[in-house]
Design a protein around this ligand. Structure first.
Ligand SMILES: [Fe+2]
Length: 391
């Protein structure tokens, strides 16, 4: 196909990522018209709540026969057109607007949405703050703890400016960087943040060996141990080994002076599911280990009032439904699919029978996170395309 001239006169309103995300969180009735080609659409599109509908109708259908394409746009809702850059979505939105549709386009297109971060406070208390830094398009969540001018970052994502800004706004300095495990679904910001701040970066040593090729990490890290404690201002952070998703997965149990407790679970336990135990290629061996962590180690370390703060969500309804992805353990126990399979054999059968497709890029991403391969920006973006519904 020759290049297409999109330069028609349009004055279609643009949606910013912030406005668009808020409309998703508020479950407004929105119809997303994704005008990328079907291959790109299949690799991942916009996800929201029950009132969101999504339709794939490639822009070239509108180029070839606009009336026929418009006839396929069935929604009478507000339409948000999305594309790879925002150029073709503006073009399609212009056509729809001319025909009387209520329509806007997503500014920056899918790459911009994929890189959109939502930063919001979870808790402000006399001892300090817990700030959530989420990347909604990918379902990734990370956290900043602040107390007495010190900040710890848990599971930092790749774009470091959000942590820099959040910590600066809290008048704090980053003194501690923690990864709950070596991630396979996204590139960790931990080592880069450590290099930038001189704060130590911690990882469990079992996760500092690539589970596929057994090569050891080639980036600087401090080795976490089970039971290891850190003091962050008025907060105590205890490391709890929680193998299963990976062999070096840990949880961080934070205790405040008022004895409230917060368990940062990484991918060990989510609010409604759990991290798959097969990403090291050894699902049958690691699933019983995950069972022990979930049903023997976990109840011994927390109570029903302990807040669970995972590093991944599957959908926007999780947590409080308003973009804060945490819940008390008592609620997680009732809602979590894994928790309904309490006997060892039942759990193992349930897990092994429900393992999703293994995304091939996960092996490469873990190599990046161990310093075995350093990608440029283009490669890093490519590795992180789409949503990681099961990390
Ligand atoms: Fe993970």
């Amino acid at each position: 196909m020759t290049s297409i001239d999109f330069s028609i006169e349009v004055d279609v309103p643009a949606q910013t990522n912030v406005d668009f995300y808020n409309s998703l969180l508020q479950n407004q009735p929105v119809h997303v018209l994704d005008v990328r080609n079907p291959d790109a659409f299949q690799r991942g599109t916009i996800e929201g709540k029950s009132n969101l509908t999504v339709q794939n109708l490639p822009y070239y259908d509108f180029v070839e026969d606009a009336d026929a394409a418009v006839a396929q746009v069935s929604s009478d809702r507000d339409i948000v057109v999305v594309c790879a850059k925002a150029q073709s979505s503006q073009f399609v939105a212009g056509i729809l607007q001319e025909r009387g549709y209520r329509v806007s386009y997503l500014e920056g297109g899918m790459p911009s949405w994929g890189n959109f971060y939502d930063v919001r406070p979870l808790l402000e208390a006399p001892f300090g703050q817990i700030i959530q830094v989420a990347r909604p398009a990918r379902g990734d969540v990370s956290f900043v703890l602040v107390s007495d001018g010190q900040a710890a970052v848990i599971d930092p994502l790749r774009h470091l400016a959000y942590y820099r800004d959040a910590v600066a706004q809290a008048n704090a300095n980053i003194t501690l960087i923690l990864d709950t495990h070596a991630h396979a679904d996204h590139i960790s910001g931990g080592p880069a943040l450590a290099a930038e701040t001189d704060a130590p970066y911690y990882l469990h040593p079992y996760d500092a060996i690539h589970p596929m090729d057994m090569l050891p990490a080639q980036m600087p890290y401090q080795a976490l141990t089970d039971g290891q404690r850190f003091q962050l201002g008025q907060l105590t952070i205890e490391t709890i080994w929680f193998p299963g998703h990976t062999l070096g997965q840990v949880n961080f149990l934070v205790t405040a002076p008022d004895q409230s407790t917060y368990l940062f679970t990484g991918d060990g336990l989510f609010l409604e599911s759990f991290g798959r135990p097969d990403l090291g290629g050894k699902g049958e061996t690691w699933t019983p280990v995950l069972y022990q962590s979930l049903f023997q180690r976990l109840p011994a370390m927390i109570n029903d009032q302990t807040w669970i703060l995972p590093s991944h969500i599957s959908h926007l309804d999780e947590g409080d439904g308003e973009g804060r992805f945490f819940a008390p353990y008592g609620q997680v126990r009732r809602n979590n699919a894994a928790m309904q399979h309490g006997t060892r054999e039942d759990f193992i059968t349930f897990v092994l029978n429900n393992l999703p497709v293994f995304p091939p890029q996960y092996i490469e991403i873990k190599r990046v996170n161990l310093g075995l391969f350093i990608p440029d920006e283009e490669k890093a973006s490519e590795l992180e395309i789409g949503k990681t519904s099961v990390p």
